[in-house]
Design a protein around this ligand. Structure first.
Ligand code: BGC
Length: 354
């Protein structure tokens, strides 16, 4: 049985390498991490795996809140992939409440799950989440909200799977640079924009906000920020913020940057209600490539978006979970595995419709 596990691990690891995960995620085999032993320590819940059929363990999945358009696609993909591999999966809704999610993590631990996949409600809770899973010795994959390398280094059976948020911001800036007037619709020599931010506690929101504008500045474009407000990744908030800004700044607004597509769809409703026309007298960009946004990009109602690859990340999260279950450990500074973002324009949008 040990041999079968070693073989399965070798296959999984080579698949992982073929997948070409961008951000390191260096792993070591059980033999390296536990010198003198060929399998994980007996106290590790993963030690039960050798007696279980391949892919037959139990997995607890904690999602920060079900009522999030992108995380809905992501969690559905996770569930489908895990169940397809024969895992027994329970997915729970944290309702954006960290204390509720802490209870859910503790319940999974008490139930003796073999592995956890956690999308934290609050990035600031990373230290306590990591301490909890470490104390219980449960292999854990964190997703979507990236803690610092230092925080993750506290536990070697922990890995983060996500994307390099700076890249998505840069792509948003490039989408504007690729327009005929590089975002300067009124020709006054500067690009005047509003920024509708996700939850600012989340590094995706911070870096998208920074790098979208940085791409313009790096190209030598002068920028003017008319407004920056948090829309918490939420469509209705995106709509309200954009409506208020259009009422206040009117034609001065040339670009609407949204940290995600759901807020961009909300913003689009306000743009249309105000009688403005995307790609003619205003530009609008998002991130995620939700189906609704892809349709608007193809219809010309959004300038572009950026694919946040939910299926790719779910696949990689499961891959990393299986490495952990096989006894792999991670070294400090190599605990983030990134899946690439892809810039989406009217030319390639149809390729991403699910
Ligand atoms: C996505 C957002 C989502 C957020 C949740 C981001 O990466 O782009 O749409 O709301 O993750 O944490």
């Amino acid at each position: 049985m040990k041999k079968t596990l070693a073989l399965a691990l070798a296959v999984v690891m080579s698949l992982g390498l073929l997948a070409g995960c961008g951000g390191g995620g260096n792993t070591s085999t059980p033999a390296q991490s536990n010198p003198g032993t060929s399998q994980p320590a007996a106290s590790n819940p993963a030690a039960s795996i050798p007696d279980a059929p391949a892919g037959g363990g139990t997995v607890g999945v904690c999602i920060y809140k079900f009522d999030d358009a992108f995380m809905t696609t992501y969690r559905n993909a996770l569930q489908e992939i895990l169940e397809g591999k024969g895992y027994k999966v329970t997915v729970v809704d944290g309702n954006n409440d960290q204390s509720k999610q802490n209870e859910q993590i503790n319940t999974f631990i008490t139930q003796g799950v073999d592995a956890l996949i956690i999308n934290p409600c609050m990035t600031s809770a990373a230290d306590s989440i990591i301490a909890t899973v470490k104390a219980a010795n449960v292999p854990t994959v964190l997703i979507n909200r990236e803690p610092t390398a230092e925080q993750m280094s506290a536990y070697d059976k922990l890995v983060y799977v996500g994307c390099d948020a700076a890249q998505s911001g840069t792509f948003q800036g490039e989408l504007i640079l690729e327009t005929p007037n590089k975002g300067d619709i009124n020709g006054d020599g500067k690009v005047s924009y509003i920024m509708i931010q996700g939850d600012p506690e989340n590094i995706d929101a911070q870096l998208r906000t920074e790098y979208s504008v940085k791409a313009l500045k790096d190209a030598g474009i002068e920028v003017e920020e008319l407004d920056l407000q948090r829309g918490d990744w939420d469509r209705e908030k995106g709509q309200t913020i954009c409506a208020n800004d259009l009422a206040q700044y009117g034609d001065k607004i040339e670009v609407v940057f949204c940290n995600n597509d759901d807020m961009a769809i909300g913003a689009l409703q306000s743009i249309q209600a105000a009688g403005r026309t995307v790609n003619k007298d205003i530009y609008l960009v998002g991130v995620d490539a939700l189906d609704a946004a892809l349709n608007e990009v193809m219809n010309g109602n959004m300038t572009g978006t950026v694919l946040n690859d939910a299926v790719g990340q779910a696949t990689e999260a499961v891959n990393q979970m299986e490495l952990l279950l096989g006894g792999a450990t991670y070294t400090s500074g190599n605990q983030s595995v990134y899946v690439n973002y892809v810039k989406v324009t009217p030319d390639n949008a149809k390729d991403f419709v699910k």
